[in-house]
Design a protein around this ligand. Structure first.
Ligand code: KIV
Ligand code: ZN
Length: 388
């Protein structure tokens, strides 16, 4: 089994669904270009039948992107598939993604059908989409809550009908890692033709487990993972792709997975998407939050100055940041103050470290974080005091 992991980004489809204001076509193309530059394998550009604006943006992205495969979503109905095929037809490489719900609650309460009818709709849609391309992905919506016998039946029939990728979404973020990994293991054990398709996973974050569930699924044999940058998406969002990429890169000791993404593009892409989507990133967000590479405790700061890997499991440079930050607070030691003054261009003879450190502590106790301009002001006032 290949250990190459296919990265499927749905920031422009599942992510965009969650925004309070929609993105313009130009902004969507800008995001697609950033994802292409980052080395994302498949960019889900939108849901063309949903609105003329979405159709147009998928069309423009399909015409612009050359090094990633462009994908469009469709329900399991011919009109949606026609719209997806039409919007994608100028792309160099494209995929049609069609889906239908498979859980009892969705089949009965939302679709008001029985499972046999849903199975027919799914296979009919896959066969129809195959007229336009060999690359058809089928998703079993709410797979996380689908009885395993039904899920096995659906996956087997979807592959027979021509799906080259079968996606197993945890649509409502309900499962736990061992449970979700178990679903994937079960599929590999019970679906006879499973080796004829790539098994994909698409996890939502309602219980904060989307990334953990995705990794458990990869360990169980899934080879495509879907997510969004910064984890934006319906409700609590989707699995954050930047976290998955950095898990794959940082824990090579644990898994032998490869992916095409260039991690150095992560920070810039995350900032671009946050700004265009008007979605601020929480400061303690893994990988891309403002505090992800900043150290506040004096003990940690001292450790990092001696050797970065004492408190950093990956370097800031690896995600495209220039460097880490050491926050100056009342927990910072003299070593850090001396280091910061040197960075600001001062030499040892320019100040008395004992006095400056005392003044710094008094200020830090009053205001919390002390900034470079505060240090310069403290030094200025100390020098003035000496002159009097
Ligand atoms: O969460 C989900 O099930 C989806 C499907 C359309 C893949 O977004
Ligand atoms: Zn989703």
């Amino acid at each position: 089994m290949s250990d190459q992991i296919i990265l499927f980004d749905t920031t422009l489809r599942d992510g965009e669904q969650a925004l309070s204001a929609s993105l313009s076509v130009k902004e969507k193309v800008q995001i697609a270009l950033a994802l292409e530059r980052m080395g994302i394998d498949i960019i889900e550009a939108g849901f063309p039948v949903s609105s003329p604006g979405d159709f147009d943006s998928v069309r423009q992205i399909a015409a612009t992107i050359k090094n990633s495969r462009v994908c469009a979503l469709s329900r399991a109905v011919q009109g949606d598939i026609d719209a997806a095929a039409q919007a994608l037809n100028s792309a160099e490489q494209f995929r049609i993604h069609t889906f239908i719900s498979t859980s009892d609650i969705h089949v009965q309460s939302k679709l008001k059908r029985d499972f046999g009818q849903v199975l027919e709709m799914a296979t009919g849609a896959i066969r129809y989409a195959r007229q336009f391309t060999d690359d058809v992905e089928f998703s079993c919506e709410d797979a996380g809550r689908t009885p395993i016998d039904n899920l096995c039946r659906m996956v087997e029939q979807a592959i027979k009908a021509g799906a080259r990728t079968v996606n197993i979404p945890d649509t409502v973020g309900y499962t736990t890692p061992s449970e979700f990994g178990g679903i994937i293991t079960n599929l590999f054990e019970r679906v006879p033709n499973i080796d004829q398709a790539v098994i994909s996973v698409h996890c939502h974050d309602d219980l904060g487990l989307s990334v953990a569930n995705s990794i458990a699924a990869l360990e169980a044999g899934a080879r495509q993972v879907e997510g969004t940058i910064n984890g934006i998406g319906e409700r609590a969002g989707n699995a954050a792709l930047e976290e998955i990429i950095m898990i794959l890169k940082t824990r090579r000791d644990r898994f032998d997975f490869q992916c095409r993404a260039e991690p150095k593009e992560i920070y810039r892409t995350s900032q671009t998407i946050s700004a265009l989507c008007n979605m601020p990133i929480q400061s303690n967000k893994a990988i891309v939050g403002a505090n992800a590479f900043s150290h506040s405790s004096g003990i940690h700061q001292d450790g990092v100055l001696k050797s970065q890997n004492t408190y950093e499991i990956m370097t800031p440079e690896s995600i495209g940041l220039v460097r880490n930050t050491l926050n100056l607070t009342s927990r910072s030691g003299r070593h850090v103050i001396k280091h910061r003054m040197a960075e600001l261009g001062y030499r040892e003879g320019d100040f008395d470290l004992d006095v400056l450190y005392q003044r710094f502590l008094e200020l830090a106790d009053k205001k919390g974080q002390v900034f470079d301009y505060d240090m310069e002001a403290l030094l200025f006032f100390e020098n003035q005091r000496d002159d009097q």
